[in-house]
Design a protein around this ligand. Structure first.
Ligand code: TYD
Length: 207
């Protein structure tokens, strides 16, 4: 089972992916749940992660960097773990590229989708999209990368991208809308009670 968390910076996905990983470890056992992240997740990707996050490069070059990091991450960590029957939880994946490079920077969405399809990048089974007001999200981050320094207009496009992905991919994506600021437990209960609990027997018996 491959689960991803997506959303704009400051949406709380890192906290939620950790909460879910800890809960599923209690159910399935410590060694059966892998928590990973993008950009990163493999030693190659962790080494070059800083380049697209810092350098001003052409959006297509940036796309190719994210995709090469993802390919390596998928080959070295995600596919082997899934092959051993583990649950993999990833903080950001394909949808971040569609939202940031596609909707945000204007890279052709079809190019992004075709590239992932051609490379047979593994599609997540469940994706949680944490939707939050852009200003509320940005108030929570402490400006570590170039995106977080971009204007509200960029983030409005990225947020709309995530919302459109959720509307298009209804089988896979569950959007958790934080109209007013919800505390971590409220968000977690929407994720756990509504989506994970109905599948709990699957998480227990899958091998
Ligand atoms: P983030 O998860 O925010 O890392 P951290 O919590 O350590 O700051 O990811 C860093 C940034 O990378 C984030 O602003 C979104 C961006 N990003 C893309 O633009 N495209 C992608 O495909 C991915 C995976 C991330």
């Amino acid at each position: 089972m491959f689960i991803t968390f997506e959303g704009i910076d400051g949406s709380g996905k890192t906290t939620q992916s950790e909460l879910l990983a800890n809960r599923l470890k209690q159910i399935r056992g410590e060694n059966y749940v892998i928590l990973t992240r993008e950009p990163g997740g493999s030693s190659f990707a962790e080494k070059i992660r800083g380049i697209p996050l810092r350098d001003n490069i052409d959006p297509i070059s940036e796309l190719l960097l994210f995709v090469s990091m993802r390919y390596e991450h998928m080959k070295k960590l995600i596919l082997p773990a899934l092959g051993e029957g583990k649950i993999v939880i990833c903080d950001r994946f394909i949808d971040s590229t569609i939202a940031y490079q596609g909707y945000g920077l204007g890279v052709d969405l079809k190019l992004i989708e075709d590239l992932h399809e051609l490379l047979r990048i593994r599609c997540p089974d469940i994706t949680f999209i944490l939707d939050i007001d852009v200003q509320v999200g940005l108030n929570r981050v402490n400006y570590k990368n170039k995106y977080e320094e971009m204007d509200i207009c960029f983030y409005d496009k990225v947020r709309r991208g995530f919302q459109e992905i959720a509307l298009k991919k209804t089988n896979r994506c569950h959007i958790v809308t934080q109209i007013e600021v919800k505390d971590n437990n409220q968000v977690y209960s929407e994720i756990y009670d509504k989506v994970i609990i109905p599948r709990i027997s699957f998480f227990k018996v899958e091998s």
